[in-house]
Design a protein around this ligand. Structure first.
Ligand code: G4P
Length: 525
């Protein structure tokens, strides 16, 4: 295991409320690193070009990012793994799981809208995992909210101390640039086109007269504000940042390439390299010689030309080598990883090696499931991959009964992939689908028809909530399941679930069965 390789890895995701500029920023990050040459490769959906990270037809139709993608690129000496997250709120479940695979996150905030609902939800996940966050306040080329208010909002809503690294000089038509507090210099804004290479005019040790002469009132105002925040905000403390308690804040305009390089620099300089991950048996350190990894996402039929499903694996320790024998600890089966890919958007590249922090994709036909731990032989199970109790339930029925078997197979795959939760009532009856957002049903229905050639009818179910039921006493759990057999269903991994129409039913059952635990969240373990 090369410690140098490990140290230069940075694995992060960009999170935001839809429309804050995540796609634009992602593209600019790739442009900067030279990973792509043409703007519009990632973005461009509204101009008719397809985004390369938009894999699924439905994304193209709806213009939202449904599938998560992974991109690896080099920036200076660093190797960056950038995990794209679906921005739409209906896909939060998938997004949450992606967040378990990163070591840091960039939070994009639309300067005009401030902290929005979806950002808050994602932030909760980051906070529970103590993921360090770099904040980017975007769209300064427009009239935005007062920067001081934005900082205040971040602190109040997100519960992290916001430490500005740059400060905007003006905004909208009067946006002049940013003052780099860390390096005591001004970076001058120029509305740029997509080909800008990040070279900006910088002015160092500008005295006030000169600043005012050049930038007018916005300069004076920025200086006053900086003085104010200088007194009110704490100094940057890397330990606090690493613990998720402080967030460096950068201002800019993604579409104009302004402030983007600073994000990359902050990630490389401040964000942590891969660190320890917890398994049931023991903590696993990234510099251990033996390879371990965890499947945090499975996507079927990602590329129809390949007709396979791909398990996305975060390497947790050691060095992965193509062709090595890998054990799936859940099944105990070993396979040779000959066909392994990394992703630069749609282009699949064959990788021959990967280190802790890297994401690899292994095409397979059902060998790998969400939450699986992969090792060179040791029996380990990484913890922390969350499944959330669905909030909407629908029944599903095949239109053509001759396709019932195909539906069963397709739902098994989609359930294992985590695209939707599939519940099979133990007493028989129609299969029930559970999701955290309505759109998931539409995606599943679309995919069943497009990818599996199965047309279905999806109708509201009478259940409104579910809880995974567990108990230390297996016999008691058995008795409970027998007593409530009409309400018990098994999910894709055969975990028993109690279905209810109203929270009071759960409360009543809980009272009657105090030893049974009703879980809203299931972690794969
Ligand atoms: P998302 O992935 O977070 O949903 O956001 P996305 O990048 O798609 O950006 C949402 C909208 O905000 C887009 O405009 C995009 O061009 C715009 N945008 C992103 N960064 C900036 C910025 O720095 N300044 C300004 N003024 N706008 C920005 P759109 O009109 O919805 O799409 P398009 O027609 O530009 O493609």
């Amino acid at each position: 295991m090369s410690v140098a390789e490990l140290k230069r890895r940075r694995t992060f995701a960009v999170i935001s409320h839809p429309d804050a500029g995540k796609t634009t920023l992602t593209e600019k990050l790739l442009l900067f690193s030279g990973a792509i040459q043409i703007a519009g490769t990632v973005k461009g959906r509204k101009s008719g070009r397809y985004a390369t990270s938009d894999w699924m037809e439905i994304e193209k139709q709806r213009g939202i990012s449904v599938a998560s993608s992974v991109m690896q690129f080099e920036y200076g000496d660093a190797v960056i793994n950038l995990l794209d997250t679906p921005g739409h709120e209906d896909f939060s479940e998938d997004t949450y799981r992606v967040l378990t695979a990163v070591d840091a996150a960039v939070m994009v905030i639309d300067g005009a809208n401030g902290v929005e609902a979806q950002t808050l939800k994602l932030l909760e996940v980051c906070r529970s995992r103590r993921t360090p966050i770099v904040t980017f306040i975007n769209k300064l080329d427009r009239e935005v909210r007062e920067p001081l208010d934005l900082l205040d909002e971040i602190e109040r809503h997100l519960g992290v101390a916001a430490v500005p690294f740059t400060w905007p000089i003006g905004m909208g038509k009067d946006f002049k640039g940013v003052y780099d507090i860390q390096h005591d210099q001004v970076r001058v804004f120029r509305a740029g086109d997509d080909t800008a290479n990040g070279v900006v005019e910088t002015l160092s040790s500008l005295d006030d007269d000169e600043g005012e002469r050049r930038f007018g009132f916005p300069w004076k105002r920025a200086k006053d504000e900086i003085e104010l925040i200088g007194a009110a905000t704490p100094d940057f403390d890397r330990e606090a940042f690493l613990a998720g308690e402080q967030s460096p804040v950068l201002f800019g305009s993604a579409i104009n390439n302004f402030g983007v390089k600073e994000i990359l620099d902050a990630l490389v300089d401040l964000a942590p390299p891969p660190s320890m991950r917890m398994a049931v048996e023991r903590p696993v350190l990234p510099d251990e010689p033996k390879f371990t990894g965890v499947v945090f996402k499975v996507q079927a039929n990602m590329d129809l030309a390949h007709r396979d499903r791909v398990a996305f694996i975060r390497v947790c320790s050691g060095r992965f080598e193509r062709g090595m024998a890998i054990k799936v600890t859940r099944s105990g089966k070993t396979f040779r990883a000959n066909n392994v890919v990394t992703f630069l958007s749609q282009r699949r590249e064959t990788v021959s090696e990967a280190y802790a922090g890297d994401i690899i994709g292994i095409p397979n036909h059902g060998t790998l499931s969400l939450g699986d731990t992969l090792t060179e032989g040791e029996q380990l199970q990484f913890v922390g991959l969350p499944f959330f109790a669905p909030e909407i339930f629908q029944t599903i029925e095949v239109v053509d009964p001759m396709r019932a078997k195909q539906l069963g197979e397709a739902l098994k795959q989609l359930g294992e992939e985590g695209a939707i939760q599939v519940f099979r009532p133990t007493h028989g009856g129609m299969t029930i689908l559970g999701a955290v957002g309505q759109l998931q049903f539409e995606v599943v229905s679309h995919r069943l028809s497009a990818e599996y050639k199965v047309d279905v009818r999806i109708m509201p179910a009478r259940y409104r909530m579910s809880r995974w039921v567990t108990c230390d006493d297996a016999a008691e759990l058995r008795r409970f399941m027998d007593a409530y057999s009409v309400r018990i269903a098994l999910d894709a991994s055969n975990a028993p679930t109690y279905l209810a129409s109203h929270i009071s039913e759960i409360e009543v059952a809980q009272k009657a069965w105090p030893k049974i635990v009703f879980n809203e969240l299931r972690e794969r373990s």
